[in-house]
Design a binder for this molecule. Structure first.
Ligand code: ADP
Ligand code: MG
Length: 531
């Protein structure tokens, strides 16, 4: 009776949805596995692409883990963590986004039977962190430096690295072509964080092979006014004037109210308007510039005026492009044409306006101060070029990383197998349950070579057995062996230039472990009711 009288304790608002304990953990793990299953098949050079279309009807075809995860619109709170690590991998190192998701999900999957058996998650977490620390030490140990090589040799090695990244993408068929382009582009911008100095311009049509690299800046001409045909389209060492003003005949009635008492005064107003624009144009010409660019419109009158004086002009240049021209040519963008001194003018060795596909391109090459590069991408459909751009971005990031850190490890699952073996060995020396946990962690790392095989249609069990045997060789000579994507056997990845920058792997292991531990440490989800 007394028990019935006890008041109920209400802690959370009515309608709050909570789930907790083991069941919650297992359900979170299942959600993460489901997410990984989506991107699973995109891994590696034989990976498939995903076509995603959203409610607005935008169609994206991509092989990039981060892009796919971003577009998936995942609602499950735990699975969202995987989206975040893919994103952070993308921004930190630029590649390995599918890898990081697969690893995290596999760690969790290995943890699941332990959780179900009642192992406390904190025990797992501790062992996983420990294993990840050891794994990263091992990656660092195995990494080989490409420093100290001649420039030519280094370039060759870097382009191999870029080719590995590109081989899994739509443009993989032309990987050598693009790889050397990427290496040249990165070489052109030099050190420093000036990634925006590599522009990528997309022009649909033509074939991939029509893509080209400009050692400088290139951009699409947006507008052509009458008179532009008569302008010269090529200059050597021109002075370049960059403006942020309109060069158009303006009817001043928009800016000011003018009251006339005598109709004969009307002409003087018109004259004044013409004088203003002619005065501006005159000053541009006097500056000695041969190329005039403006962020705002350059109208008919100005175009003709410049044409008559053998000057080239282009208006409505996108701000980003104008700034890149400024950085490259050493000019400064002017907001007035009064007092245009020589110092604010830019220059370059070669300027040209050229037809690319259906577009006219302004191309500035051989720029003095600016270390800039522009890749003009050609190819069939829009979606294709967009994916090509994303792939090039990956490759650019990789080459930059490799240039900066210049240590690489063997790809194709070789490094993963080697760490896996190493951790198994290490675990034997550990007493207690932790041995099992580290062993599971080691097993999870095999997901990479296994998935590479699955995606290529090989017998994963067979290949993995061969790899395990090779890596177990006491001499250590088997360490660089990974999946041979061409034959379905195993091959020395290092010798075949299937390389990955060490940072990509280190970051992936680190992020995947952290994500897995984060998810394992959650045992309750509370969902507040809608207000
Ligand atoms: P991610 O988004 O993780 O970078 P990718 O689809 O780019 O995924 O696949 C990367 C994986 O494919 C890496 O493990 C890399 O070692 C492997 N790989 C790339 N090229 C080859 C190749 N030619 N042979 C074998 N494995 C390769
Ligand atoms: Mg990749």
């Amino acid at each position: 009776m007394a028990a019935m009288m006890q008041p109920q304790i209400i802690l959370l608002k009515e309608g709050t949805d909570t789930s907790q304990g083991k069941a919650q953990l297992v359900s979170n793990i299942n959600a993460c596995t489901a997410v990984a299953d989506v991107v699973r098949s995109t891994l590696g050079p034989r990976g498939m692409d995903k076509l995603i279309h959203d409610d607005k009807g935008t169609v994206t075809i991509s092989n990039d883990g981060a892009t796919i995860m971003k577009l998936l619109d995942i609602v499950h709170p735990a699975a969202k963590i995987l989206v975040d690590i893919a994103k952070s991998q993308d921004s930190e190192v630029g590649d390995g986004t599918t890898t990081v998701v697969l690893l995290a999900a596999e760690f969790l999957r290995e943890a699941k039977p332990f959780i179900e058996d009642g192992v406390h998650p904190q025990n797992l977490i501790r062992s996983f962190r420990n294993a990840s620390y050891k794994a990263i030490q091992k990656v660092k140990e195995l990494a080989k430096s490409i420093e100290g090589q001649s420039l030519e040799e280094k370039k060759r090695l870097l382009s191999k690295c870029a080719a590995t990244t590109l081989s899994s993408k739509l443009i993989g068929g032309e990987k050598e072509f693009f790889a050397s382009m990427v290496v040249d582009a990165v070489g052109a911008i030099g050190d420093g964080d000036r990634l925006n100095m590599i522009g990528i311009k997309k022009v649909p049509g033509g074939t991939m092979r029509d893509s080209f690299l400009v050692n400088g800046v290139a951009f699409k001409k947006t507008f052509s006014y009458a008179g532009f045909e008569q302008q010269p389209k090529k200059f050597l060492n021109p002075k370049i004037l960059l403006l942020n003003i309109e060069l158009e005949l303006k009817s001043e009635k928009e800016n000011a109210e003018i009251r006339l008492s005598d109709p004969s005064q009307y002409q003087s107003i018109v004259d004044a308007e013409w004088n203003i624009i002619y005065d501006k144009l005159d000053k541009c010409v006097q500056s000695g510039a041969k190329v005039v660019l403006s962020r705002l419109a350059i109208g008919d009158l100005a175009t003709q005026y410049f044409a008559d004086r053998d000057i080239f002009c282009a208006g409505r240049v996108a701000e980003e492009d104008l700034l890149r021209v400024a950085a490259a040519t050493g000019g400064t963008v002017q907001t007035s044409v009064n007092n245009v001194v020589d110092e604010v003018l830019g220059t370059c060795e070669h300027f040209e306006e050229r037809q690319v596909g259906n577009e006219r391109f302004n191309i500035f090459s051989g720029c003095p101060s600016g270390r800039t590069a522009t890749i003009v991408l050609r190819g069939g459909a829009d979606q294709f070029i967009e994916e090509a751009e994303r792939s090039l971005h990956d490759a650019i990031m990789i080459v930059r990383r490799a240039t900066k850190n210049s240590t690489v490890v063997a790809g194709g699952g070789a490094i993963d197998m080697e760490i896996s073996k190493y951790l198994r060995q290490e675990s034997r020396a550990i007493a207690g349950k932790s041995q099992f946990f580290i062993n599971s962690y080691a097993k999870a790392l095999e997901v990479i070579p296994r998935q590479l095989c699955d995606n290529a249609g090989f017998d994963a069990t067979d290949v993995l057995n061969k790899l395990r045997q090779k890596h177990a060789l006491p001499t250590g000579e088997g360490a660089p062996y990974g999946v041979d994507i061409n034959t379905g056997g195993i091959a020395d990845s290092f010798a075949n230039f299937v390389w990955e920058p060490a940072v990509v792997k280190i970051n992936a292991i680190n992020a995947a472990t952290e994500a897995a531990c984060l998810i394992l440490s959650v045992d309750e989800t509370v969902k507040n009711p809608k207000e």
